[in-house]
Design a protein. Structure first.
Lengths: 409, 92
């Protein structure tokens, strides 16, 4: 389950974004109460063979051969789609799923700590970046800043810690922000988990934007059973500066190297986290090259849905073909067939997984309908943003000069 | 289309081939093979592929085959139900 930045629960960390905010909030309902009672409707829908509407994004991922959140979560209970019936019937979770009442406690949580962030990535939202929120307010895109995060309230953090201490079998806690490393609640929660000795069995997952470093956080993390470190980078090209504004690729690269050294020292699992957009889809291979050289896995949660005008599918078909060709060439040159890798966190098959993931982008670009009718909306948006930032997309993507200008740039 | 409960009411069998002789076993049955056998289970090669897991001349699969397969193919950690709350009851 998940607690999102606004403090609302979500029955699945992958569930459709449009439904966020519909579930109870940690302010009103204790975490375990939500898990045991409020999720029962969803459990019943699944048992009855229905597909909850929140599962739509996973369906799109599977359609294009990308490993979905559904597949990843099923894997944790031993269920594989390719032999679904028998692997499900073999799972020790069967009696739990069919029990009338759930008295289990969560073992795998995603906890969103609010929008405390020093970056203002172009595809981000005010709910996930305080810096972007301030900028959007200043240039009139939004009137009001998002409400303060639940994690800024020590009483709510206490409520979470109280729930976690009841979860003696907690296996995995994934934190996101904002930028987790500089979010005060991240440090507080890590320390409290250690105080309650939950660090002995728990693995911590988090994602950092490669612009910050906090040695106190690092020292806390090293006390956990394991760490899954996600490092966000869109390209090792200068276009990363435009997309993950105001980062600078040289500093990002240095911070990346520092995290990689630390991860190697402590045997942490590292994944390069990407969010491909129309800006970066043609520059993705620099990340795949880096991953190939360093034997790292690349993970993107899904195909970007919002903002719709930044989807890679907004790229007109004639601009897609060179990208498809270069991606396919990259795959073919490696001579690796895209074997189905569902366990994306097995470092021994990271390269196989990357090939599979890149192949899903080839399929996506080849199959997705042309959404270039969204270009004028994109141009209108970035002109407003660039007026505030003093940058210019064509300095980073000169090949798209005609594309952007014909849409009003 | 089967729903969850229909699926669980199905009496699934494993199809086992040992040196070309095909038989069936229950889905959750423990399995024992001689390490020199050529074995597939539901089409997955078990021996000689996993011969290195045999001990004293035998490969013993003493958990459900699909949980074993998950482990030996490195599919990652398996979350386990909290045992003090629900003793495993496979009769549902």
């Amino acid at each position: 389950m998940r607690i999102n930045n606004a403090g609302h629960y979500e029955y699945c960390r992958w569930a459709d974004k449009s439904q966020r905010g519909a579930e109870p909030n940690i302010v009103d309902v204790a975490p375990l109460q939500y898990f045991k009672h409020h999720v029962s409707d969803i459990r019943q829908q699944l048992i009855n063979g229905q597909r909850p509407s929140g599962c739509a994004e996973c369906a799109v991922m599977e359609q294009h051969g990308k490993i979905s959140g559904r597949q990843r979560q099923l894997l944790k209970i031993g269920v594989r789609l390719e032999h679904f019936d028998k692997s499900l019937a073999s799972s020790p979770w069967v009696p739990i799923f069919t029990a009338e009442h759930c008295d289990q406690t969560p073992q795998d949580w995603q906890i969103d700590l609010g929008n405390y962030c020093n970056s203002a990535c172009v595809f981000c939202s005010p709910h996930s970046s305080s810096r972007l929120a301030q900028e959007w307010q200043r240039i009139g895109i939004i009137d009001q800043l998002p409400k303060p995060s639940w994690a800024d309230d020590p009483v709510m953090v206490d409520r979470l810690i109280a729930a976690l201490t009841e979860c003696k079998h907690i296996q995995y806690l994934h934190f996101i922000g904002g930028e987790t490393v500089i979010t005060p609640a991240f440090k507080v929660i890590l320390q409290r988990l250690i105080d309650h000795k939950l660090n002995v069995n728990a693995t911590i997952g988090f994602t950092t934007n490669l612009t910050v470093w906090d040695q106190t956080v690092v020292d806390l993390l090293t006390q956990f059973r394991g760490v899954n470190l996600g490092v966000s980078v869109e390209s090792l090209d200068a276009v990363n500066d435009y997309v993950r504004w105001p980062s600078k690729i040289d500093q990002v690269q240095r911070t990346l190297d520092r995290w990689l050294d630390l991860a190697k020292q402590h045997n942490w699992l590292v994944q390069l986290r990407i969010t491909p957009t129309i800006f970066t889809i043609s520059k993705l291979l620099s990340v795949y090259d880096f991953a190939w050289q360093n034997q790292l896995a690349i993970e993107s949660c899904n195909f970007l849905q919002e903002p719709a005008f930044m989807r890679p599918s907004v790229l007109p078909v004639q601009y897609r073909q060179p990208v498809i060709n270069s991606m396919q060439r990259w795959i073919d040159q490696r001579g690796i067939s895209a074997a189905p890798v569902v366990n994306t966190r097995d470092p021994t098959v990271a390269i196989l997984h990357n090939v599979q993931d890149l192949q899903s982008y080839v399929t996506y670009l080849a199959d997705m309908p042309d959404e270039s009718f969204r270009m004028p909306e994109l141009v209108q948006f970035i002109k407003r943003l660039e007026g505030s930032r003093g940058n210019c997309v064509l300095d980073y993507l000169p090949d798209y000069d005609e594309l952007f200008r014909s849409a009003g740039y | 289309m089967m729903n969850f409960l229909d699926l669980l009411a199905t009496d699934f069998k494993l199809t086992i081939s040992v040196n070309g002789t095909v038989s069936e076993a229950g889905l959750l049955d423990p399995l024992v093979f001689r390490e020199t056998d050529t074995v597939t289970v539901d089409g997955f090669e078990v021996l000689p592929r996993y011969q290195h897991l045999a001990q004293q001349g035998r490969l013993i699969i003493d958990e459900s085959f699909y949980q074993w397969l998950h482990r030996v193919t490195n599919q990652g950690w398996l979350l386990k139900p909290q045992p003090q709350m629900y003793p495993l009851n496979r009769s549902v």
